[in-house]
Design a protein around this ligand. Structure first.
Ligand SMILES: Cc1ncc(COP(=O)(O)O)c(C=O)c1O
Length: 371
């Protein structure tokens, strides 16, 4: 079975017969989990556990309103960004064909398939010369007449880590009946907020921005995300879904984290410094390895490509050797249309883990060359 998602330490642990805690998961791209996060969670009271969550998530939405400067009605908390894609896809399916990026995040297709939604793909600018923001220009639309379909994009893009300029995205808002902007990784990108579309939501009823707290707080297990869009759209989504998609513990935590604006901003700055520091360090070391090329990325992950004598060959034997002998998971990119087995995605980790990864790569690459 081909993996369409990173971060599955459970099946890797079963394959390797080790405890999940022994695995280094660089196939998912999460910020470091703050040491205090489990303590914040364990502050839950019996009341938090016993009562049903507030179905309107008032406190969570108020915290978001304070953070983004919009009325609480413009926010809908979700069980991770993924849950919200499902509802965005229902709207998109009712409007016609969806345009999805190629290569792109597989969950958009999963969400559209729930509603038998039609999809076509567009190509992305493939200028890899820098990690700076660049215009998003849709290319290679499979059928040109679809240039007015519902547009989905990821900023920064997954899996490439390229950052799209807000100016270019603004233009697209005038051409598509619905635009779904996935900003799951944007708060982790240094200078990323300057390219967010959240400030444009109030003037564009056809715009939906989806954010995830999973990446920012290194808390994928909690499942926390939110949508920012016109209140009428969000009320419709809320009526479709089950009454309490976000559990009370996660919701109370989000309220505390986001309700403290200064704390939130300080956390984002510290994560962005980590992205910059670890990205630069790792790229400079990876460039010194024969047979691999790290691609420019603005995000907290990067793509590795088979290079030099190995150009065009598969990196899967290397990925499997890292998994089997070092218990390090990298993201297999075979399932990404337009990439294939000669590419791997690597989510940044701590410096200690980066050193371990580099040691493992130095050990495995020569064997892999000889294979
Ligand atoms: C681009 C992108 N958007 C959204 C998500 C899902 O985020 P969440 O964990 O909040 O559902 C992911 C997870 O891998 C992702 O890569």
């Amino acid at each position: 079975v081909r993996s369409t998602h990173g971060g599955n330490i459970w099946s890797a642990a079963e394959r390797l017969c080790v405890r999940p805690g022994r695995i280094v998961d660089a196939s998912a791209s999460l910020a470091p989990t703050p040491w205090w996060l489990p303590f914040s969670l364990s502050a839950a009271s019996v009341r938090d556990l016993r009562a049903y969550p507030d179905p309107t998530y008032r406190g969570f939405r108020q915290a978001l309103a304070g953070l983004h400067g919009l009325d609480p009605d413009w926010f809908l908390p979700g069980n991770g960004a993924s849950e919200l894609f499902t509802w965005a896809a229902r709207d998109a399916s009712s409007l016609g064909v969806s345009l999805l990026p190629r290569p792109g995040f597989a969950d958009y297709s999963r969400a559209l398939a729930c509603w038998a939604g039609q999809a076509s793909t567009y190509g992305l600018p493939d200028d890899w010369t820098s990690s700076g923001p660049r215009p998003l220009v849709l290319s290679g639309l499979q059928v040109e007449s679809l240039s007015d379909g519902c547009l989905w994009f990821t900023n920064p893009h997954n899996p490439t880590g390229l950052l799209w300029q807000r100016r270019s995205l603004e233009d697209l808002l005038h051409q598509h009946p619905l635009v779904i902007a996935d900003e799951a990784f944007l708060p982790l990108v240094p200078g990323g907020e300057a390219h967010s579309l959240i400030p444009l939501v109030s003037d564009h009823p056809n715009l939906v921005v989806i954010r995830s707290l999973t990446k920012l707080y290194g808390a994928a297990g909690l499942r926390l995300g939110y949508a920012v869009a016109h209140p009428e759209r969000l009320q419709r989504w809320a009526a479709w879904r089950d009454p309490w998609p976000v559990n009370a513990l996660a919701s109370a935590l989000a309220e505390r984290l986001l309700g403290d604006r200064r704390g939130y901003e300080a956390h984002c700055r510290s994560v962005q410094r980590w992205t910059e520091r670890e990205g630069q360090w790792l790229k400079s070391r990876l460039m010194g390895l024969d047979g691999l090329r790290p691609m420019p990325s603005a995000a907290n992950f990067l793509l590795l490509r088979a290079d030099g004598d190995r150009a065009g060959s598969s990196l899967q034997p290397l990925r499997l050797a890292l998994e089997r002998r070092h218990h390090i998971l990298l993201r297999d990119c075979s399932s990404f249309e337009g990439l294939g087995p000669g590419w791997l995605r690597l989510g940044y980790q701590s410096r200690r883990v980066h050193r371990r990864l580099l040691r493992a790569l130095r050990q495995e690459l020569p064997l892999f060359d000889a294979a």
